[in-house]
Design a protein around this ligand. Structure first.
Ligand code: SIN
Length: 525
């Protein structure tokens, strides 16, 4: 169950603003879409619930994949993406990604993004399941460099209006058209309406619904939850990617140790010092991410340890420090010299393959509502995303959204309809503990290894929270919590439905991949 709105409101009593394109989210997908829309001469407003620096993009270490080298081709990139996607990639969507991707990356370079060079050639690294070195990077801070580049453009001479600390509570949909959004302005503590001809969801992922994740605090699945409440279809929600290698130290957060580290030759060893990946997959340390994550979990179980080790000690120390400065510095902060010490690592929630269902122009099932980046789902990543395809996805489909909105906007005038909701009750309960409980329930029961029994336990937890639907939220923390509960429930529900194992979804009670399950689960409120 899921209520329609989170608060009581009457649009006619609230301050109102209007724009042509309203982008929600400030990561690569949001910023790039905003920039493209500005280029197309559209009036753009970008809302972000914290600051524009609080994004998953900013944390991206590995890089951005594109077939730009002479020995590579979009066809090879397509093959690798489809193979990693475990039978659920939409072939046309992947073709678009890999064929349009190189031009989008070149655009970033032309804008001034400083990727690393090897001599006078762009340096390229390799990550899991790639048959070629095709990942462009800047050290281990590629996302930060892309954010810097895009921010410079989007903020240039007030190109787009960026409003931070603006939390989008719900979408305003009438007569099957998305007309705008209801926003909570943290600065004033009040609500506002934004009317728009096109609303673009680019809110990123939902890793924070898990106890262990690489994602920042902001990744609470907001875009998926508000779209679902408004009646949009969501797809492939059971597919959550767990990154195999995140730092495991009692005093440290689950910091990402990039797959590019294995791309440069690092090995995985169990606590007895044995390299184990060759016995799980022919590509060893560079097997698809879901396979490496499960192999690590299996070794952890065998050796009764909470981690395995990542070993870089055989690689040239100076080169490693230069190539991965942030990883080096972060590990050093916790007393680990990665050139001498083994790094304890374990999988953690990293990326949502599922999300708001879109077509190849980023259009959702609600006209006027678009989605791109991690909160969208066009099955371009299938059941398991190929490493470093996510930043590319934000660029390619961001551009396509702007092309589509340009056409639609001409036919669609802004209509300031009236929206009223007044049936929600006041709540006096303290909900702080519920956030932690949710994360543990998800980690224990809806993690990388699932069973009918564990998933049913998770669903029983969600059933117990249904009373909340009748109550209004009191602040943005509760808004986030309600979004997290909605997304968590969607993942648990679809994971229980899918009685097979495929890509990021592994059922201990249904370990085989079954051909009749080569299809998508689509849910609608
Ligand atoms: C990494 O650097 O390992 C993460 C890259 C990605 O998620 O594609």
């Amino acid at each position: 169950m899921c209520g329609r709105y989170l608060v009581n409101f009457n649009s006619s009593e609230l301050p109102q603003q209007q724009t042509e394109v309203l982008v929600i989210g400030g990561g690569i997908a949001g910023l790039y879409t905003a920039w493209r829309a500005v280029q197309a001469g559209l009036k753009v407003t970008l809302l972000t619930k914290r600051t524009v620096l609080d994004t998953n993009t900013d944390r991206a270490q590995g890089g951005i994949a594109a077939a730009l080298s002479e020995t590579d081709s979009p066809e090879l990139h397509c093959q690798d993406t489809i193979l990693a996607g475990a039978g659920l990639c939409d072939a046309a969507a992947v073709k678009t990604l890999v064929h349009e991707g190189p031009a989008r990356v070149q655009e970033l370079i032309d804008m001034g993004a400083n990727f690393d060079y090897y001599g006078n050639q762009l340096a390229m690294t390799k990550e899991g399941a790639h048959s070629k070195r095709r990942i462009l990077y800047q050290g281990d801070t590629t996302g930060t460099e892309i954010m810097r580049t895009l921010m410079e453009r989007v903020t240039k001479q007030g190109a787009a209006t960026i409003l931070e600390q603006h939390f989008v509570v719900d979408l305003l949909v009438q007569d099957e058209l998305c007309r705008g959004v209801l926003v909570f302005d943290e600065g004033t503590g009040g609500y506002r309406i934004f009317w728009a001809q096109a609303v673009v969801l680019a809110t990123g992922g939902a890793g924070r619904i898990y106890n262990y994740t690489t994602n920042p605090e902001v990744a609470t699945g907001d875009g998926i939850a508000i779209a679902y409440r408004a009646g949009a279809e969501v797809m492939d929600m059971e597919f959550v990617q767990f990154h195999p290698t995140t730092l495991v130290l009692p005093e440290a957060p689950r910091f990402l140790i990039s797959e590019a580290v294995r791309g440069e030759g690092a090995l995985l060893r169990n606590s007895q010092g044995e390299q184990f990946m060759p016995s799980y997959h022919g590509m060893a340390e560079l097997a698809p991410r879901d396979i490496v994550a499960r192999a690590i979990l299996s070794e952890m179980a065998k050796t009764k340890q909470d981690f395995v080790y990542l070993d870089l000690t055989h690689l040239p120390g100076n080169k490693i420090k230069e190539r991965f400065p942030t990883i080096t510095k972060t590990c050093l902060k916790y007393g680990l010299d990665i050139t001498l010490d083994l790094i304890p690592v374990a999988p953690a929630a990293h990326y949502m393959m599922g999300g708001v269902k879109t077509n190849s122009n980023g259009e959702t099932t609600i006209p006027g509502l678009y989605a791109c980046g991690e909160n969208a789902c066009l099955a371009v990543h299938g059941a398991n995303r190929l490493a470093s395809n996510s930043l590319l996805d934000g660029l390619v489909y961001g551009k396509r959204i702007v092309a589509a909105t340009q056409q639609n906007i001409q036919q669609r005038a802004i209509t300031k309809s009236s929206f009223v909701n007044e049936n929600l009750l006041e709540s006096k309960d303290c909900l702080v503990a519920l956030r932690s409980e949710l994360k543990w329930i998800m980690g224990e029961n809806v993690g990388p290894l699932r069973t009918s029994q564990r998933l049913s336990q998770a669903l029983a937890f969600f059933d117990r929270q249904e009373w909340l639907e009748k109550h209004r939220v009191r602040n943005s923390q509760e808004m986030e919590l309600r979004n997290m509960l909605a997304v968590g429930r969607l993942i648990a529900e679809t994971a229980l439905m899918r009685t097979e194992s495929r890509g990021g979804h592994f059922r201990l009670d249904y370990p085989e991949t079954i051909s009749r399950w080569q299809k998508h689960i689509i849910l609608k409120r």
